[in-house]
Every structure is written in C-alpha cells, then in structure tokens.
Design a protein around this ligand. Structure first.
Ligand SMILES: Nc1nc2c(ncn2[C@@H]2O[C@H](COP(=O)(O)OP(=O)(O)OP(=O)(O)O)[C@@H](O)[C@H]2O)c(=O)[nH]1
Ligand SMILES: [Mg+2]
Length: 301
C-alpha cells in the first residue's frame, strides 16, 4: 500500500467561487464566502481523505487562496503574494474560472502566470448552473488554446455537480508520501481564527461600499466555561470614524445583527454554545501597517 499526500491550490479571479468550491470539496464550511469580491485574505488549508484504487486513502490538502487582482494597498499585495506562493507550492493548481466571465481579460494573465508558476495547472470552469451547456465546450477550448491545461473540469460549487469527479481525479494525482496532517485535524485554521473569520463574513454581508474592505476582525479573548460553552470577544477594526458609526448602526442595531448571526454560525462550527461580544475600534492605516498584517497572518515576519 502506498500513501499519497499533496497540496492543491485553488487560484483565480476574485468571486470565481474558490471558497464555495473549497467548502463543497471539504464537506464543511471552513472558509468564508460572500457575493463581494476579495472576501478571502488568508491561505486556508482543508484536508480531504479520498479513497483511491489499490492505495490507502490519499490526503488532498486543499488550499483556499485570495483572488488575483490589481493590488493597491499593502494588504492587497500581501493577499496576492499569499495566492502566488500557494500556487508555487502546490502539486496541482486548480484555476477556478467563473463560466460566465471565462473569456474575459482577467483570466488570460492569471492563466499565463499560473502556467509558469505551477507544476500541474488544471482548469476548472465553475458556476455551470448559471450558463447554457453549449457555451461550455467552446470556452474550455478557447482557454486551453491559450494555455494547455493537463485536465479540464466543469463544476457547480453550489449544487455540487461535477465535484465528486474532480476529487476522484485529484486523489491519484497526489505524490507518494506520508500524510501531512494528523487524522483528527482538518485545517490549519484555529478556532480563534475561524470565529474572527465568521464575524468578518457578517461584516462583508451586512455592510457596503468600502466598509468591508476597510475592516478586519480579531479574536481578543476566549474563555472556556464550566458549562461547556465558550465566551468570545472580538474586535472589528475600521479605518475611519464614519465607518464605525455605520457598523454600530442606529441604537446599535447593525452590530447586534452582525453579532447575532455570527454567534449562531460560530456555535454551529464549534458544536457548543457561544457567547459573543463585539466592539468596533478605529485603526487608521491598519491595511498599510506591516506589523498589523503580520499579526493577521498576512505578511511574513
Ligand atoms: N450560482 C452559483 N454561484 C456560485 C457558485 N460558486 C460560487 N458562487 C457564488 O459566487 C460568489 C463568490 O463566491 P466565493 O466562493 O466567495 O468566491 P471566491 O472566489 O472565494 O472569492 P474571493 O475570496 O473574493 O476571491 C458567492 O455569492 C457564491 O455563492 C456556483 O457554482 N454557482
Ligand atoms: Mg474566497
């Protein structure tokens, strides 16, 4: 019996559906996904153990990565560098393309660089539930004509269509080697991080314009209680006074709504009752501050 283990990068333009596909392949909601672009900021690992013919189960370490876009801030550059680093380290790199925008100018440069960076780039057309079937083959052919991909898949991350085939193909493509994660660990993300990310997801869903992009969330304290529940406090940092007022809302209505929804999702993820308290602080320039980005896991120390 041979043991297989490998790293699989999910790379692509913002909003292509990388995190949704990551969660679907994993069968768990580990990475936050929203309709807004540039939701993912950190590299997140998720482990899938996939049976293979004749082998032990293959360990597929999926890496969800930030989307590729034109960087403006130090935060953006750190996100971009995390994405390309993930592609370079991967055994297989999946280029996730929104099938509705596949031919668009954003995909070409990403595909070109991926062909230079990654050992084994595969093409994955996502959101096939939103396009007419006959348009998929010409799109796959056009992208393959620009950059020959070893394999091409068509999936819907939301319906799950095609995703079992993708996992079945990934397993034998993993190199031989010992597993990287102990059997009881499915992610590199700690519970503290996950809690902060689930609060940030609600900030993305419940605020608009530049507010989500100017916000970051950190878990400040974590207290396990005797009754089996956990008391968590988190701080949302924004860039300006006006953004703080927006997030708090009239009479505190918005921050209460964010807290209520995030609390329910954190409790579901942790499998135990959660008390969550949130506060909002102003940290002008946090997205340009190297030390701050390092504590957020986004810049190498
Ligand atoms: N209809 C449909 N919607 C999808 C599919 N996959 C993702 N979406 C939606 O597309 C939006 C973006 O999804 P994400 O998974 O956050 O995209 P992402 O590529 O991780 O985006 P960034 O982290 O910003 O780079 C969300 O509203 C998803 O629900 C799909 O297969 N079909
Ligand atoms: Mg994402």
């Amino acid at each position: 019996m041979t043991s297989r283990s490998g790293l699989v990068a999910l790379i692509g333009a913002p909003n292509a559906g990388k995190s949704t596909l990551f969660n679907r392949l994993l069968g768990a909601r580990l990475s936050i996904a929203t309709p807004k672009a540039q939701t993912t900021r950190l590299r997140i690992h998720g482990v899938v153990l996939q049976p293979t013919e004749g082998d032990d189960s293959a360990e597929i370490v999926l890496m969800d990565l930030p989307g590729i876009f034109g960087p403006r801030r130090r935060l953006d550059r750190a996100m971009l560098s995390a994405a390309w680093k993930g592609a370079a380290e991967s055994d297989v790199a999946l280029l996730i393309v929104d099938a509705r925008t596949g031919g668009a100018a954003t995909v070409g440069p990403i595909a070109r660089r991926l062909a230079e960076t990654a050992r084994e780039p595969w093409l994955v057309l996502n959101k096939i539930d939103l396009v007419a079937r006959p348009s998929l083959l010409p799109l796959a052919a056009a992208l393959n004509a620009q950059h020959p991909f070893r394999r091409t898949f068509m999936v819907s991350a939301t319906s799950g269509d095609g995703t079992a085939d993708l996992l079945a193909a990934l397993a034998p493509a993993m190199p031989e080697g010992p597993h990287l994660y102990p059997p009881d660990q499915v992610s590199n993300l700690s519970e503290r991080w996950l809690a902060a990310e689930l609060v940030r997801e609600q900030v993305f869903l419940q605020s608009h314009d530049e507010v989500p992009y100017d916000s970051t969330v950190e878990t400040e304290s974590w207290e396990e209680r005797k009754d089996g529940s956990v008391r968590i406090s988190a701080v949302i940092t924004v860039a300006r006074e006006g953004q703080k007022a927006i997030l708090i809302g009239a009479g505190g209505a918005r921050i209460r709504a964010i807290g209520m929804r995030a609390r329910a999702l954190i409790a579901e993820a942790l499998g135990r009752p959660v008390h969550l308290s949130l506060r909002v602080e102003i940290g002008a320039g946090w997205d340009e501050d190297r030390r701050r980005l390092t504590t957020l896991g986004l810049e190498d120390p």
